[in-house]
Design a binder for this molecule. Structure first.
Ligand code: SAH
Length: 214
């Protein structure tokens, strides 16, 4: 099966088949080559219905979870987005197609360089990468219309809340070892509204507002 066929099938079965409806999200997941972000030994697994280990304790999330989070963010093509946990850059590439500019932070040096290379070779230019502790956010470019966190936090990191724009949306997994939930946060007229959407399982957020302060 070619990658294009496998990808179409992933979208039809794993996303449309499970009620992902946002046409822009479906289109971009049909276009961005997920296999490009993993080592060639893992290409065969690139469009499977599950997470993929990418080393250094990181995983690319299951396609359905990525689509679910992107749909929940209701991204506009004019949005400025902050992503915490670049990993190999797959979700960053999707965000770059859906929003105007993506600011993304990864704390593992090897993944940061890998993601930078992966994204550069796809010719994406509206992405700014940073190596550092994303639990602190990125004040220089705040506020953000949307924030997405790809690792589970013990609670919503305060700096991220502060850096969310009025009318902004944030999605992140919150919880510990045994139980986590995807939480959608909205800032409406200065008030913070939280909604629990789905149980999930992510790798842990490290850093100052993470589980492990290193
Ligand atoms: N979205 C990624 C998935 C990455 S998995 C992808 O598509 O590949 C979660 C990532 O969060 C890991 O790469 C991990 O190193 C990173 N991470 C954990 N704590 C972090 C922190 N405080 N700041 C930035 N990145 C962090």
């Amino acid at each position: 099966m070619s990658f294009n066929v496998a990808r179409k099938r992933m979208v039809a079965e794993q996303l449309v088949g499970r009620e992902i409806k946002d046409q822009r999200v479906l289109q971009v997941m049909n276009e961005v080559p997920r296999h490009h972000f993993v080592d060639s030994g893992l290409w065969i697994r690139a469009y499977e219905d599950g997470p993929i280990n990418i080393g250094w304790g990181a995983t690319i999330s299951q396609p359905y979870i990525v689509a679910f989070m992107l749909e929940a963010l209701e991204l506009q093509s004019t949005d400025k987005v902050l992503e915490i946990g670049t990993g190999c850059g797959y979700q960053t590439a999707l965000l770059a197609h859906l929003a105007k500019t993506v600011y993304t932070i990864e704390r593992v040096k090897e993944l940061f360089f890998k993601a930078r290379q992966n994204l550069k070779s796809l010719g994406l230019r509206n992405i700014v990468l940073k190596l550092g502790d994303g639990s602190l956010g990125w004040k220089d470019y705040a506020p953000y219309d949307a924030i997405i966190v790809a690792a589970s936090a013990p609670s919503i990191p305060k700096p991220l809340l502060e850096q969310l724009a009025e009318g902004g949306r944030m999605i992140l997994p919150v919880g510990g070892e045994s139980h986590q939930d995807l939480v959608l946060v909205k800032k409406v007229q200065g008030r913070v509204l939280e909604k629990t959407l789905l149980p999930c399982r992510f790798v842990k957020l490290k850093g100052q507002y993470g589980h492990i302060k290193e």
